[in-house]
Design a protein around this ligand. Structure first.
Ligand SMILES: [Zn+2]
Ligand SMILES: [Zn+2]
Ligand SMILES: [Zn+2]
Ligand SMILES: [Zn+2]
Ligand SMILES: [Zn+2]
Ligand SMILES: [Zn+2]
Ligand SMILES: [Zn+2]
Length: 212
């Protein structure tokens, strides 16, 4: 009985020692692994630092397009590639998302994506349609205020060359004043006979028909 107990005690001691030894060695192993991991991370950091400084020394900026969703190479003088850059020669801005030009060079009319015309804020189709006029057209019209007939609700072009504020349909045929209603001449040039639309004769208030 005594020996059996002693043997059991010895066996227990052996087991405990084994566990203790195993635990210590495991711990040592794992801690040495952590150390080696740290060394690797540090080495990586140093590598990436070197990489960055290499880039910096070769050129002042990256040659990849500045548009974060684009990976094309940039053109010589721009931060953007030829696809992302505004299509106006010499412009270095990024083009707007729905057109070919940057905000600065895109027609200001809502929804229009065409290029601004010369020094106009509008493209050639959205600006006043008068030849080289750069003004904005009036609402619901094709011409600017200066080139739109002065008659309310008339959006025709003025006969500006003849100095009239009115369109060809509202301008007196003999001068630049407004025509009388349903007539062809202004008040000064229309025969005063009731209902007559004819032009006054020279030195008379009447047309040739009503003169005598
Ligand atoms: Zn790009
Ligand atoms: Zn531009
Ligand atoms: Zn436009
Ligand atoms: Zn105009
Ligand atoms: Zn008119
Ligand atoms: Zn007249
Ligand atoms: Zn008359």
């Amino acid at each position: 009985m005594k020996t059996k107990r002693l043997l059991r005690a010895l066996a227990l001691l052996l087991v405990l020692t084994t566990i203790a030894l195993c635990f210590t060695s495991c711990f040592e192993e794992s801690s040495s692994q952590t150390n080696s991991n740290e060394t690797t991370t540090t080495a990586k950091k140093e590598n990436s630092k070197k990489h960055n400084s290499n880039n910096n020394s070769s050129s002042s900026k990256s040659d990849e397009c500045a548009n974060s969703t684009c990976s094309y190479k940039t053109d010589s003088n721009s931060n953007y590639c030829s696809v992302c850059n505004c299509q106006v020669t010499g412009c270095k801005n990024v083009k707007s998302s729905n057109g070919l030009y940057c905000i600065e060079h895109t027609c200001v009319k809502d929804g229009c994506t065409f290029e601004k015309y010369n020094n106009s804020d509008y493209c050639i189709l959205c600006k006043c349609l008068d030849n080289d006029c750069k003004n904005a057209p009036i609402e619901n019209g094709n011409y600017c205020l200066e080139h739109t007939c002065a008659v309310t609700n008339c959006t025709n072009r003025t006969t500006f060359e003849s100095g009239s504020k009115y369109c060809i349909g509202h301008s007196c045929l003999a001068c630049s004043n407004i025509r009388v209603a349903n007539g062809f001449y202004c008040k000064n040039h229309t025969c005063i006979a009731s209902g007559c639309k004819g032009q006054k004769s020279y030195n008379s208030n009447y047309c040739p028909i009503h003169k005598y």
